[in-house]
Design a protein around this ligand. Structure first.
Ligand SMILES: Cc1cc2nc3c(=O)[nH]c(=O)nc-3n(C[C@H](O)[C@H](O)[C@H](O)COP(=O)(O)OP(=O)(O)OC[C@H]3O[C@@H](n4cnc5c(N)ncnc54)[C@H](O)[C@@H]3O)c2cc1C
Length: 348
């Protein structure tokens, strides 16, 4: 018997879809991703991008407060023991994701800790192949495999992730560690300008580190950077190393020159990478219509439909614009409702 609905991915979009699909008696099967070294290095371990970060201050329903008792009573001890201890007020990324996963499991979502590595959407029921070699048939599929932020790959960048190095200004910019401090943004495109502009609300100065002598951003965005007195572009520079120590986290950046200038060290308390995202869609190439940047293309406004009828997409895998947990969860809900209605209309 084919599965009614298979959900691929384990970020907020996947779990929201699973909660809705389970409550609609669709008995969803979730592939949450495999625990492999390859996924660890890529930043695509189960539970998604939010599990890679510390405090979450902007997910509605989780104001500051001591969640410890709630975590103890809502998660099984087997999951609780794997998580970092609850150390601060409010909710952390891993805590929020474990709670979403548990909520889906409570309603009966079945979870397999493997990647989906191949799909066949040419015939119906659809065929999915998991990383352990098993194959599954599905009447409807929700793709919620997310995206990953690009990093430069410097060891120092890795060392200071969550201690001053971030890939999301909207997510982390308001944290106390960045308030009234000098900050750096790496990149020169529209999103780098957006990040720098946003961070200028909090930081004392924002250095944009750009390897060319001119921004890649559109004219209007480049003007926004130039007109902002708090943004200072460091032209023809690349990030050679993030400087810092265990106590304070990031304390500076060491910049190389692409124009033969001497090296430069700047004191900063935060480094924000704005060099793009990579959607997790490699296994979908040629199977679903993708955008030129590789995101799944939504074919109908305000719906989660894709180019294949019966296949729906939710979260960052189709969204290169908002990229937030709440928007991902919202579209996960939409995908489950779209799948439920599609299955009903088809008489499945
Ligand atoms: C450092 C950082 C901090 C952030 N902080 C915040 C914040 O404070 N607030 C906020 O709202 N947002 C924040 N975000 C953004 C937020 O994490 C994302 O918008 C959100 O997680 C997207 O959810 P998603 O469900 O689309 O997918 P993701 O979270 O990207 O998760 C998808 C997951 O699916 C799994 N998967 C991928 N491919 C496969 C496959 N082939 N088979 C099976 N499973 C697969 C992987 O585990 C993957 O990680 C942050 C992002 C980063 C990188």
């Amino acid at each position: 018997m084919p599965e009614k609905v298979v959900i691929i991915g384990s970020g907020p979009a996947g779990w929201a879809a699973a909660i809705y699909a389970a409550r609609a008696a669709l008995n969803p099967l979730v592939f949450e991703g495999a625990v492999t070294e390859e996924n660890r290095v890529a930043g695509t371990l189960p539970l998604g991008q939010l599990a890679l970060t510390t405090e979450i201050e902007n997910y509605p329903g989780f104001p500051a407060g001591d969640l410890e008792r709630y975590l103890e009573t809502s998660l099984g001890p087997d999951r609780r023991v794997m998580m970092p201890p609850h150390s601060k007020e409010g909710v952390s990324g891993p805590e929020l994701m474990e709670l979403m996963r548990q909520q889906a499991a409570n309603f009966g979502a079945r979870i397999i800790t493997e990647d989906i590595v191949a799909v066949d959407f040419a015939a119906h029921p659809f065929k999915l192949t998991a990383s352990d070699g098993n194959t599954y048939a599905a009447l409807a599929v929700i793709v919620a495999t997310g995206a990953r932020a690009n990093y430069l790959g410097l060891p120092s960048e890795e060392r200071f992730k969550n201690r001053g190095v971030s890939a999301c200004a909207v997510c982390d910019g308001a944290l106390p560690r960045f308030r009234n401090k000098p900050l750096a943004v790496v990149g020169g495109g529209d999103s780098a300008v957006e990040e720098a502009d946003y961070l200028s609300k909090f930081g004392s100065v924002v250095h944009m580190i750009h390897r060319r002598d001119q921004l890649r951003a559109s004219k209007i965005m480049a003007k926004r950077a130039m007109d902002n007195p708090k943004i200072k572009v460091q032209w023809n520079r690349t990030l050679a190393e993030v400087l810092g120590n265990d106590k304070d986290g990031v304390t500076g950046v060491h910049l190389a020159s692409t124009a033969g200038e001497p090296e430069l060290v700047l004191d900063v308390s935060g480094v924000f990478l704005a060099i793009g995202h990579t959607p997790n869609t490699a296994f979908l190439k040629g199977k679903l219509e993708l955008t030129p940047k590789g995101y799944v293309k939504w074919t109908t406004p305000f719906r989660t439909y894709t180019s294949v009828e019966g296949v729906f997409a939710a979260g960052d895998v189709g969204d290169d614009y908002y990229r937030q947990a709440i928007t991902a969860a919202g579209s996960g809900c939409m995908a489950a409702l779209d799948a439920e209605r599609w299955l009903a209309a088809k008489g499945f």
